[in-house]
Write a new protein. Structure first.
Length: 183
């Protein structure tokens, strides 16, 4: 039997930019989607670390690492590798065979529930920081929000002032009052 049709266990490291930290849930979902879409069985996924990179990658100095274990036919690895290279979220990835671990050991590393809790906390913290900074994160479809109109002059009759055609009379009254004071 050819090695191409055998099922193997794999260990994968996924590197995301630090700016993806508040969107941790999106990162986890992205990894799960890539792995399961190619027919793999995800055995475990956890956050490995968040640290300074040895060298800058795409102008990023820090990164978020996720460590995953999965089981898949060797023929499906080309699809997983391709999807990871085409991903706009994943900066780097490295996949190796995990012959040194049993399936039970891989399943024991699964921390997706902990990742979901951390993702929720990170999203809430990011929302609070944006609200404190006055950033509007709401998404709206359609026409832009109406802005208050700039009022240069009140409309006729609204403020109790005389219409424009009576304006010369209004100007004449102060002149008569000054003439009366000088007399």
């Amino acid at each position: 039997m050819s090695d191409e049709y055998r099922t193997h266990n794999y260990e994968a490291m996924f590197l995301f930019p630090q700016r993806a930290g508040p969107r941790l849930a999106e990162c986890v979902d992205h990894v799960v989607e890539i792995i399961t879409k190619n027919g793999a069985e995800l055995l475990g996924l956890k956050k490995w670390d968040e640290r300074r990179l040895a060298y800058e990658i795409d102008k990023q100095k820090r990164g978020l690492y996720l460590l995953g274990y999965f089981r898949v036919d060797a023929s499906a690895m080309k699809g997983i590798d391709r999807d990871l290279r085409l991903s706009e979220l994943v900066m780097r990835s490295m996949i190796t065979r995990a012959d040194h671990m049993t399936i039970d050991e891989m399943k024991a590393t699964d921390a997706r529930e902990d990742l979901a809790v951390e993702a929720k906390l990170r999203a809430e913290k990011a929302a609070e920081e944006e609200a404190a900074a006055g950033v509007d994160t709401s998404v709206s479809l359609g026409a832009p929000k109406a802005r208050p109109a700039k009022v240069d002059a009140p409309a006729e009759g609204e403020s109790g002032e005389t219409p424009a055609e009576d304006a010369p009379e209004a100007e004449a009254q102060p002149a008569e009052a000054e003439a009366a004071k000088t007399d």
